[in-house]
Design a binder for this molecule. Sequence first.
Ligand code: SAM
Length: 286
Amino acid sequence: MQIEYKPLPAGLYFVSTPIGAARDITLRALDVLATAEVLAAEDTRTLRKLMDIHGISLSNRPLIAYHDHNGPAQRPRLIAALKEGKSVAYASEAGTPLVADPGFVLAREAAAEGIRITAAPGPSAAVAALTVSALPSDRFFFAGFAPVAAGARKTALTELSKIPGTVIFYESPKRVQKLLDNLRETFGSERQAVVCRELTKKFEEVSRGSLAELAEMFSGRNLKGEIVVLVDRAHEVAVTAEEIEEALLERLKTMSVKDAAADAATALGLARRDLYQAALKLKGNA
Ligand code: SAM
């Protein structure tokens, strides 16, 4: 059966594409891809493949590569087409454009030109992961990829550890163990977290536990695939004075007062300042 498409109104269309399963594309996204006058993609081969799977031909429409490295050169071309009143559809390599993917500067420039911007919404690994994580979803914060440089990473993670909602990270499989270790140091060993791997794909895997348990679970594993890490917000835990004393005394056997206080504070989810005073006192009494 031949589908009769209505012409697409002028404007910029951000089209979400599957994050694994090719059939996770919406019917409207297919309509937009079938009818936009100009197509643009982060990876033109990936979009061609997706269109082939769903029987959409490119015909004689232009398909323009638009990614992080050629944005400044290609944007004027896309904006010019939009200003001529054309419909332009943009898809990133997978999931939702602008979510840890190109598209933001294009959106900003199009908005500044008064161009209509529309979404053909669909999959995003962040939302898929939040859905399967079973962590609280009332408030969540998308943190994307954590900075790689040690100093910037520590500062960013320390700030994120205070967010009163579920924090969502993207991470490469090679760096996930390092991320779990760094999260343990900044968010505390007991914080609940979830690691989602290969969502919607054959080897989908969802692992839940405290950051300490997950760090151990993933230690030494030669991981492959795509990964989202989610961390629960801090919950008030009642820690008794005996537990604090025990944690400090144990650490003071091998650590300085400052280090013992910092390490116990992370483990117990308490303020370093308070534990420093307690550790000083215990050291004085020893
Ligand atoms: N725009 C995409 C979205 O909406 O999710 C994200 C693109 S970002 C460049 C790629 C990262 O998304 C991966 O490194 C991984 O962290 C996450 N990701 C993408 N697909 C995934 C999947 N099927 N399972 C788990 N994580 C995925």
